[in-house]
Design a protein around this ligand. Structure first.
Ligand SMILES: [Zn+2]
Length: 358
């Protein structure tokens, strides 16, 4: 894991390289930026650069020494990645992190602890690590990652050097995806736009074979929704959640008895991760944006769902611009509600109620 592997975060990389080069490494950093912009990759690249046995002059790691390989293979005893076990980071987990930070490194100069989703720290769990943030051992570097600065506790923020991560431009990301993953331009273009420049997200979708199948299912629903009316909303919401279920169990089609439907519904809700629901909402957003673009600019308008051009053209006459705009507004609301931990079932039902004709 090298700084060279980090895509589109030149600013953050420059700050970190500079701190190594000028012997001004802080003991605590807060990496702030949206989910999937590359915070974890950068954290590991920083850990590698700190502990590399043959660091290059530009501050990057060699990628080949024992330490570099151990970090890439997640077996370095002095570099730890800690993810919250629940929606809230527990106090026990932070006590354990504090305990580990107090042990000097075994094989390398620096002990690096990376804490993901630091916004899930509450007052109690944060207080367990305040002491090491205030009086860090000389060898310790704590990297706290957060997707939302405003959710991070001020007691934490004030004790860390903040490094901001931005979304990279779709063009930068598309070129990088093509070059590094050898995928065709259409796919790279779609992923860079779909993820709005969030590199980590684009790469994880590339590796998630079921993603494109889930997207197909969601866009089929969008086509059904074009001609459906409000009484079908709850049914379509249920189908939406099933389409988002991470398992690739065949989806039930057609009419099923209400009781069986309810049972399936609970099962699907439990299986549908919030991440997949968010991706489903994102797929719908792009579908309606494409419809709006076609409605405003005509059949040759640029669309993001290049592979769905025909389906879009077919759906266009039955969805008025007014309905497209209101669908986009309710999807924006839904994404925000989901990020704020609202119930996915409720969200999908409200969205469908608003999208369908009535
Ligand atoms: Zn190295």
């Amino acid at each position: 894991m090298k700084f060279d592997d980090v895509i589109g975060q030149e600013f953050a990389v420059k700050v970190l390289k500079h701190s190594i080069g000028s012997d001004a490494v802080s003991h605590a950093y807060l990496f702030a930026g949206l989910e999937g912009v590359g915070k974890t990759t950068t954290a590991l690249a920083f850990a590698a650069a700190l502990n590399c046995e043959h660091r290059a002059e530009d501050g990057d790691s060699c990628g080949e020494c024992w330490s570099c390989r151990a970090i890439t293979e997640a077996r370095h005893p002095d570099v730890e990645l800690i993810a919250p076990e629940t929606e809230q980071t527990k106090i026990d987990q932070m006590r354990e992190m504090r305990r580990r930070a107090m042990f000097p490194p075994i094989r390398s100069p620096w002990k690096v602890l990376v804490l993901e989703r630091a916004e899930t720290l509450n007052d109690d769990s944060a207080s367990a690590i305040l002491k090491i943030l205030e009086e860090p051992p000389s060898y310790a570097v704590l990297l706290l990652l957060t997707r939302n600065m405003s959710l991070a506790l001020s007691t934490i923020v004030s004790r860390c050097q903040v490094v901001r991560f931005r979304q990279s431009s779709a063009d930068v990301l598309r070129a990088a995806l093509q070059e590094r993953f050898n995928i065709d331009e259409e796919k790279a273009d779609f992923l860079s736009r779909y993820t709005e420049g969030r590199v980590g997200e684009a790469i994880s979708l590339l590796e998630d074979e079921a993603f494109f199948a889930r997207r197909d299912a969601i866009l089929n629903l969008a086509q059904l929704a074009a001609s459906a009316e409000k009484p079908l909303a709850l049914r379509l919401a249920e189908e939406f959640r099933k389409s988002c279920a991470p398992s690739d169990k065949p989806k039930k089609k057609g009419k099923s008895a209400p009781a069986a439907g309810a049972e399936d519904d609970a099962e699907a809700s439990a299986k549908s991760g919030r991440r997949e629901i968010r991706q489903g909402l994102d797929s719908l957003v792009l579908w309606y944006r494409d419809l709006l673009s076609l409605a405003l600019l005509g059949p040759d308008a640029p669309v993001i769902n290049l592979d769905k051009r025909e389906d879009l053209a077919k759906a266009l006459p039955s969805v008025s611009r007014e309905r497209t705009r209101s669908a986009l507004a309710s999807l924006t609301w839904a994404k925000r509600a989901l990020a704020g931990n609202a119930n996915p079932q409720l969200i999908t039902e409200v969205v469908m109620m608003r999208i369908l004709r009535g």
